[in-house]
Every structure is written in structure tokens, then in C-alpha cells.
Design a protein around this ligand. Structure first.
Ligand SMILES: C[S@@+](CC[C@H](N)C(=O)[O-])C[C@H]1O[C@@H](n2cnc3c(N)ncnc32)[C@H](O)[C@@H]1O
Length: 206
């Protein structure tokens, strides 16, 4: 059994201090002063295409609040690969979720980080890495790369406190919509839901 009960206890107490201390050292890499609330994590997972049969990729898990929500909603831990850049966080995640495939690495360089599994297609990608400091073109290029790693029908969901979509749609690759605002989060925020945009069919000939 996964230790989600333990993770839940930790999230209520020491995780806030640990998260805040890491944010104070690396504000750009963390992008948030506190872990996402249960309501925000639920909004993320409820909008992710986890019902598709296939592996799930989580990018920027932090101390595992979204990971725990995935498990609570019935996702088998063996389906989840969680990529976390911070070494201490990755170590804690491995202890908390021993059956989840936790990788300490860069979620922006999946070919390197996934290694032999780089060609794998995912049912859903759950993304929580700060990207607002990147130019829009780089954000779109990254998301195009993520979409090339999704199974047909799979989507990408993003936690972001931005009030408009942090990544603009790329016609023929992905579209985007926002969830309702989750007020029970610090700060209140939406989940951004990116869906595959079918290639535009050529205009019919006369
Ligand atoms: C805003 S926190 C989100 C944590 C958690 N998902 C939550 O909702 O509370 C962003 C996380 O992304 C991680 N991160 C930052 N850059 C990363 C990268 N290039 N690859 C993987 N993780 C990264 C940070 O260490 C941090 O844990």
C-alpha cells in the first residue's frame, strides 16, 4: 500500500514549512509559496484524461499533493511517473510513494530524463512546473513536445496562478480552456486544460 495517509499528515504540517523554505531559496523554480490545496489538486486530476488506459506523467510534483490525489482517485501507482527537479523533494517522494516511478530530473528535457522510456506515449500529462519566466514561443514549443508524447485523446492539465492561459493554443496541435476558479487555494486559481486539436482539414475544393 502507498503511504498516502502519511503523506496527508505531512502535507498538513511540515510540508508547508519545507515548501516555503525551498521557495525562499529558489523562487523561480518553485513558483508557489505553498503546496496546492486538496480542492485544486482534485480539479487537476478530475480534468486529466486518467481514464485512458496508459501511463501517466506528472511534471513538478513537489511534495506529492497531486500524486496523492491521483492515488486516492484510484490510479495504480505503477502507472505514474513523477519527475521532480529538487533532490530533497524527489527523495521524500520516493519514500512516500515507493511504487510510483519517481525520477529526479528535468521535466523540460524529457528525452534525457526518461532515457530508454523516452518514446513512451502517455494517457495524461499533469504539469506544475513554473514557466511564466519563459517567452511564449518557448512555452508553446515545450507543450508541442509534450503533445507528441500523448496517446490519442490524452490531454495535458496545468496548475498555474495566471489569470489567462500561460500557453497560447497552437492550432492543429492543442487548444486550451480554463476550469472554474478554485477559491479554496492560496491564491485562488484555475486549472488550464489543454486538449489535442485535430489537424485542420484542407478547405474543400470547388
Ligand atoms: C509550483 S511547485 C508545484 C508542486 C506541487 N505539484 C503542488 O501543486 O503543490 C513546482 C515544482 O516544480 C519543480 N520543478 C521546477 N523546475 C522543474 C523542472 N525543470 N523539472 C521538474 N520539476 C521542476 C519544483 O521543484 C517544484 O517542486
Amino acid at each position: 500500500m502507498e503511504r498516502s495517509d502519511q503523506a496527508s499528515t505531512d502535507a498538513a504540517g511540515g510540508d508547508w514549512a519545507r515548501f516555503f523554505a525551498t521557495w525562499a531559496r529558489h523562487p523561480l523554480k518553485m513558483g508557489a509559496v505553498a503546496p496546492s490545496s486538496r480542492a485544486y489538486c482534485s480539479m487537476m486530476v478530475d480534468n486529466a484524461t486518467i481514464g485512458l488506459d496508459g501511463p501517466i506523467l506528472e511534471l513538478g510534483p513537489g511534495l506529492g499533493v497531486v500524486t496523492r490525489t491521483l492515488l486516492e482517485k484510484g490510479v495504480a501507482p505503477e502507472r505514474i511517473t513523477s519527475i521532480e527537479y529538487d533532490r530533497d523533494f524527489a527523495r521524500i517522494l520516493k519514500e512516500r510513494f515507493p511504487k510510483v516511478n519517481v525520477i529526479c530530473g528535468d521535466g523540460f528535457d524529457l528525452d534525457k530524463t526518461l532515457g530508454a522510456r523516452a518514446g513512451e506515449k502517455f494517457a495524461a500529462i499533469l504539469f506544475a512546473i513554473p514557466i511564466l519566466n519563459f517567452p511564449q514561443e518557448r512555452r508553446q514549443a515545450l507543450f508541442c513536445d509534450y503533445f507528441s508524447r500523448l496517446m490519442p485523446g490524452g490531454n495535458l492539465t496545468e496548475l498555474s496562478y495566471a489569470w489567462s492561459s500561460p500557453v497560447k493554443p497552437v492550432p492543429g496541435v492543442f487548444s486550451v480552456r480554463g476550469s472554474p476558479i478554485v477559491w479554496a487555494n492560496i491564491p485562488p486559481a484555475r486549472v488550464w486544460i489543454f486538449s489535442q486539436d485535430p489537424a485542420q482539414s484542407p478547405s474543400p475544393r470547388a
